[in-house]
Write a protein that binds this ligand. Structure first.
Ligand code: MLT
Length: 338
């Protein structure tokens, strides 16, 4: 079985190296005029991940945190704030000081939450400034090692025949895994029994232990387990097969109208000064071109976005478009968190 925390450990090491670099830079810059003590960042930056450690959002965040910290000349810590499909963390960041020291990494869930949560306490478009897009991640349907079906077609048949006992793991309402399950339900007309977790990191642990039957999770989480034959792979949710998983058919090949990729972006609270947004964006752009980040994300089926998409404008435009795209789909499915 793969070491699912290796990315995180490597990234923590890298962030520690960045701290040492910061101390050295401070010593070198400590001349008579006090150097650039007024420049951002003057303290540790926290990137809040809205799901548990060991999952796909956590993996992407920890990968980019190290080169972002190096570029900023500061320290970045990653904090997992789980709950309510990512909305607890988003609410926390929306209400944080708009000073650039609290940053949110979130995914497609930022666009589905306004429809899924009628009482959502924040407005994704008004309460945040966008820093830029990060990556767009394909999803995969996977089953536990001893789950009976071996193909996507067999999966649909099996779930149909055993609808009362089959369990589908996800990371709560608003998670990408929940959204993918919703698309499965819409495509098949089946009503899944969902088992929600704080993130698909812990969900995958239970899947590997045969405690839940199947899930749909991002390739940043599933690729290593699929390549190690630790889970049963059924289908990828992209129109074409993936170079990293060439033997896994697409959902379309299996006759299912399910297509989704999970875009990620960085946010700060509305009112954050423009210079801080610019600094964070510059650090993001550098991180997305970092050789190790490009290699690792590409190997996980999710190369970084092109530079022209790692911008606040491209990010805002996509969020606006996605809120409108998902609203009718979710409304038609009749799913809400209330
Ligand atoms: C999701 O389903 O939204 C993600 O996989 C959650 C996570 O990053 O754990």
């Amino acid at each position: 079985m793969r070491d699912r925390y290796a990315h995180a450990r490597r990234s923590r090491l890298g962030v520690s190296i960045a701290v040492v670099a910061l101390i050295l830079a401070a010593c070198q810059g400590g001349g008579e005029d006090g150097g650039d003590a007024g420049a951002y960042p003057e303290q540790e930056v926290t990137i809040v991940v809205p799901f548990a450690a060991g999952g796909p959002t956590d993996t992407v965040t920890r990968l980019i945190a190290e080169p972002m910290a190096a570029e900023l000349g500061g320290d970045i810590v990653v904090s997992n704030v789980e709950g309510a499909g990512g909305t607890v963390a988003a609410d926390q960041v929306a209400n944080a000081e708009p000073d650039g020291y609290t940053v949110l990494m979130h995914h497609i869930g930022m666009s589905t939450a306004p429809t899924l949560y009628p009482d959502l306490a924040y407005n994704p478009l008004e309460d945040f400034e966008m820093i830029g897009l990060v990556t767009e991640v394909p999803m995969t349907f996977v089953g536990s090692p001893n789950f009976e079906p071996n193909t996507m077609e067999e999966l649909v048949t099996y779930v149909t025949e055993n609808i009362d006992t089959v369990t589908y793991a996800n990371a709560g309402i608003g998670a990408a895994s929940q959204l993918c399950g919703l698309l499965f339900e819409t495509a098949t007309g089946l009503d899944l029994t969902e088992v929600p977790y704080d993130g698909t990191g812990p969900a995958m642990d239970d899947l590997l232990g045969d405690q839940v039957d199947f899930m749909c999770d991002q390739t940043t989480s599933t690729t290593d387990d699929i390549q190690a034959d630790a889970v049963k792979p059924y289908a990828v949710t992209t129109p074409e097969r993936l170079e990293t998983l060439p033997d896994i058919p697409t959902t379309a090949e299996a006759g299912l109208d399910i297509e989704v990729t999970v875009w990620h972006g960085l946010y700060v609270p509305a009112g954050t000064p423009q210079e801080v947004i610019n600094a964070l964006n510059a650090a993001l752009v550098v991180a997305l071109q970092d050789e190790a980040v490009v290699t690792e994300l590409t190997e996980l089926g999710a190369p970084p976005v092109a530079e022209d998409r790692a911008t606040p404008d491209a990010h805002r435009a996509l969020l606006e478009e996605q809120i409108e795209f998902w609203r009718p789909i979710i409304e038609e499915a009749g799913v809400t968190a209330s």
